[in-house]
Design a binder for this molecule. Structure first.
Ligand SMILES: [Fe+2]
Ligand SMILES: [Fe+2]
Length: 244
């Protein structure tokens, strides 16, 4: 198992492990490293990936420099190896939204977490990330995303998930492949608030989307997010109409 490293925006690294047996055509599991004065890792990866992913981080910087560990929601690919990362990086603190800390981390994390409020900014030294609460988007009550302000990078977690092993970064279509993956996996917790939540992300006008499964996107991402919001609204309406 090997983890690839690609710089997708200035000093933002995508760590990507392709697992060929997951899904119909294999699946990538991507973590992202912001190499600031206080480096932040977004997503831990499953425990089984830790040796490969930590070796990939070590190709960029000393793992012990990690200061922050963040993720979108409680799931093995998002935070399964949290304990391993906290052991490998003694100065690292896990940070998450208030709900996630209350329902999970305050009890389960090896060290106390730093809770971030919705819209709160975490200063990494030379970089700043804003926490955005997105409950149940893409799924799980504790879900939230980060937006890095200098590069305009939105870390989308499972939003725009697509299958296979596509390029690290693309300016092409990721919405079509994401809609196909949604049809295959049905992973989104669709609620009346889903479209509105995604439109709030579009208002940030991100220039890079750091996607957890599939290619990251470079370009004007607001129209993509608006289209994704419409797709969710339409899906919900179809579901309600089907009930009669
Ligand atoms: Fe997930
Ligand atoms: Fe995921």
């Amino acid at each position: 198992m090997e983890t690839r490293v690609d710089e997708i925006a200035e000093r933002i690294y995508r760590l990507s492990t392709f697992l060929p047996t997951v899904g119909p055509k294999g699946f990538t599991f991507n973590q992202f490293l912001i190499d600031a004065e206080e480096p932040l890792l977004f997503h831990c990866g499953q425990r089984s990936l830790f040796p490969a992913v930590s070796a990939a981080v070590a190709r960029v910087m000393d793992v012990r420099r990690l200061r922050w560990i963040a993720f979108s929601h409680i799931e093995a690919d998002e935070c399964g190896s949290l304990g391993e990362w906290l052991a490998a990086a003694p100065n690292a603190t896990v940070t998450h939204g208030a709900i996630g800390c209350a329902i999970w981390l305050n009890d389960q994390a090896p060290r106390p977490p730093r809770a971030l409020a919705n819209d709160e900014v975490l200063d990494l030294g030379g970089r700043r990330v804003r926490r955005l609460d997105t409950p149940h988007v893409p799924h799980c009550w504790d879900a939230g995303l980060l937006h890095e302000e200098a590069t305009g990078t939105l870390f989308t977690s499972d939003l725009f998930t697509h299958i296979g092993d596509p390029p690290a970064l693309t300016d092409g279509d990721i919405l079509g492949p994401a809609m196909a993956a949604e049809a295959h996996f049905g992973y989104t917790a669709l609620t009346p608030a889903t479209g509105t939540t995604v439109r709030r992300l579009a208002a940030l006008r991100p220039r890079t989307l750091a996607v957890m499964h599939g290619s990251s996107f470079s370009g004007d991402a607001a129209p993509l997010l608006e289209s994704l919001a419409r797709f969710y609204d339409d899906s919900l309406q179809r579901g309600v109409a089907a009930r009669g």
